[in-house]
Design a binder for this molecule. Structure first.
Ligand SMILES: Nc1nc2c(ncn2[C@@H]2O[C@H](COP(=O)(O)OP(=O)(O)OP(=O)(O)O)[C@@H](O)[C@H]2O)c(=O)[nH]1
Ligand SMILES: [Mg+2]
Length: 326
């Protein structure tokens, strides 16, 4: 995944310390004082410039990322803010280079190289400090984004969705390689979790566990819920919507069904509905399962697999046709 390879973003002081140390080593190579000062300024400027530029280029080009990663970045850290900070750091890199070459030129022609060396370093340090907050922000963003899981765009993908506490993670844990936390309170899952299940020699299903979503206006949803909606819209070939008719999850069945209706309108892939916790209560007319007893789970997997064939057929058709809704 693109974010995993971003190295730690240095602080402003780290950029300066490293660059000054590197330049001091180069200065020692010159015996003449003026030549040494000029070399020092040139080396500091180029070390700072290169370090700042390497920070910028270690971030992926966001326009080229899949819609899911673009939206996840926006929800978790704000795409605008990242772009602004990357722009500020690029500005600082260029500015330092201009200051460096201005001073080295004037040192060659007009002497006073000790004073000019000190002045040049102070001006470059001030530019780097101007982007101090941007560097700190980029490091925070890097730490958040690198935790995003790898979501493959080429695999048949089932996104498991529903209200909090209905048993989404219990299902994912039972049927896939993922081991999400399970607990008897809502919003246990706070981000997207990916697991796989082999279904043949070279075939597997990519399962995505999502945080619970409440039935409320989209602009009132918190970032945790918005990540779930984004995964549903951007990654699903099929959605498995889990209802909890026992209402042990703490939410009314009517509200859960309203969310189901909203999700059906949001996506044009099949939405398969299942009533979990059937060991406590099922509802007439809906497939039932219990992740506790295992009842109905295999049948649900078989049903989901029938949509893989449909997803493959659809992706071969041009232009894409609307899917049947389940
Ligand atoms: N009786 C019964 N309890 C279940 C079943 N499936 C899950 N639970 C319980 O329901 C609670 C919530 O399960 P989770 O799998 O964490 O639910 P979730 O939908 O992932 O919850 P969030 O991540 O908070 O949205 C846990 O206490 C589970 O043990 C089931 O089939 N029967
Ligand atoms: Mg969960």
């Amino acid at each position: 995944m693109e974010f995993e390879t971003i190295p730690t973003v240095p602080t402003a002081d780290e950029v300066l310390d490293r660059s000054l140390r590197r330049a001091a080593a180069k200065k020692k190579l010159k015996t003449n004082v003026d030549g040494a000062n000029e070399e020092f300024v040139r080396a500091v400027a180029s070390a700072i410039h290169d370090k700042l530029k390497s920070v910028v280029s270690s971030f992926p080009s966001f326009e080229r990322l899949s819609p899911f990663y673009q939206e996840a970045t926006d929800i978790l850290v704000s795409l605008d803010r990242i772009k602004r900070s990357l722009g500020a750091v690029t500005w600082a890199a260029d500015r330092v280079r201009v200051i460096g070459s201005g001073y080295t030129r004037s040192m060659r022609s007009a002497g006073e190289t000790d004073r000019k060396r000190r002045q040049a370093v102070a001006r470059m340090a001030s530019v780097v400090h101007q982007v101090e907050d941007d560097l700190l922000f980029l490091n925070e963003a890097r730490n958040i984004l690198r935790k995003l899981p790898h979501v493959s765009e080429d695999e048949f993908t089932v996104v498991v969705a529903g209200f909090p506490n209905v048993g989404k993670s219990s299902f994912i844990r039972l049927v896939s390689t993922a081991e999400p936390e399970i607990a008897a309170y809502p919003f246990t899952t706070k981000g997207i979790i990916v697991g796989h299940r082999d279904t043949g020699k070279r075939e597997r299903i990519q399962f995505i566990d999502t945080p619970g979503v409440l039935e409320r206006p989209a602009d009132e949803r918190n970032p945790i819920e918005r990540q779930a909606v984004s995964a549903i819209i951007n990654t699903a070939d099929a959605v498995l919507f889990i209802l909890d008719a026992s209402e042990h999850c703490g939410y009314a069945l009517d509200d859960q069904v309203r969310l189901l209706d909203e999700i059906r309108l949001l996506v044009d892939v099949p939405v398969v509905t299942v009533v979990n916790k059937a060991d406590i209560r099922g509802i007439e007319g809906y497939p039932a399962m219990s992740t506790l007893t295992g009842e109905g789970v295999e049948a649900m997997l078989d049903l989901l697999l029938t949509y893989r064939k449909e997803a493959t057929r659809t992706s071969l058709r041009e232009p894409p046709q609307p899917e049947n809704q389940q």
